[in-house]
Write a protein that binds this ligand. Structure first.
Ligand SMILES: Cc1cc2nc3c(=O)[nH]c(=O)nc-3n(C[C@H](O)[C@H](O)[C@H](O)COP(=O)(O)O)c2cc1C
Length: 185
């Protein structure tokens, strides 16, 4: 029987399975991707986020954030992101590129209402995220649905590296109809 990493389709299925595990399991490494954007000045920037959903049918993954955080300014200027995951147990690196649309306001209210109180604390702070403050704790958390944003990331490319006894690297793209292309690692 062949291993999942021996075929491009096997790897693609494993990538989406891994993203799904990240959504479902708070301890899974895919739970906390690095989310990279381009700043309005054209500089690279990256931060940890929580992966909230991943749907292979629509090719959309979602992330929640504060509407007043700097990443929103970046995404308004350049609506693209890269997500990076390293799953050591599977020897699997996943890199995604995505087009990002920002959901907020009435469209996100139903989702906001389902978020537990303690998690709502992550959205809404005075002064806004990234503002200079005099002391480390001179801010107030005030959960506010008006500051809650959902980043809808439509995946356009996937690059997967499997570091087994042999190293395998394969890329997939929307433009290439998700047919795997092996790459030299
Ligand atoms: C474990 C962990 C999980 C985080 N999850 C999120 C998240 O889901 N969404 C988010 O906006 N920021 C999250 N953050 C905070 C970001 O890493 C970042 O500090 C913050 O969003 C401000 O980023 P920005 O200034 O680039 O917008 C998380 C941080 C850590 C350490």
């Amino acid at each position: 029987m062949s291993e999942w990493f021996e075929t491009a389709d096997g790897i693609l299925a494993r990538v989406w399975g891994t993203l799904g595990q990240g959504v479902a399991d708070a301890k899974h490494p895919a739970r906390l991707p690095t989310f990279a954007t381009v700043s309005p000045d054209g500089l690279p920037e990256a931060r940890t986020v929580v992966l909230r959903s991943a749907d292979r049918e629509t090719m959309v993954v979602t992330v929640h954030t504060d509407l007043y955080s700097d990443k929103i300014k970046s995404l308004r200027a350049t609506p693209h992101a890269a997500l990076h995951i390293w799953d050591a147990k599977q020897d699997l690196q996943i890199r995604l590129q995505a087009e990002v649309s920002i959901g907020s306001g009435a469209g996100t209210r139903a989702l906001w209402n389902k978020i537990p109180d303690h998690a709502q604390q992550s959205y809404g702070v005075t002064p806004p995220p990234g503002a200079p403050i005099k002391g480390a704790l001179e801010y107030v958390k005030n959960p506010d649905p008006a500051t809650f944003a959902v980043l809808h990331c439509t995946v356009t490319t996937i690059d997967a590296v499997h570091l087994g006894a042999d190293h395998r690297r394969v890329s997939f793209s929307r433009i290439g109809h998700w047919q795997g292309q092996w790459l030299s690692p």
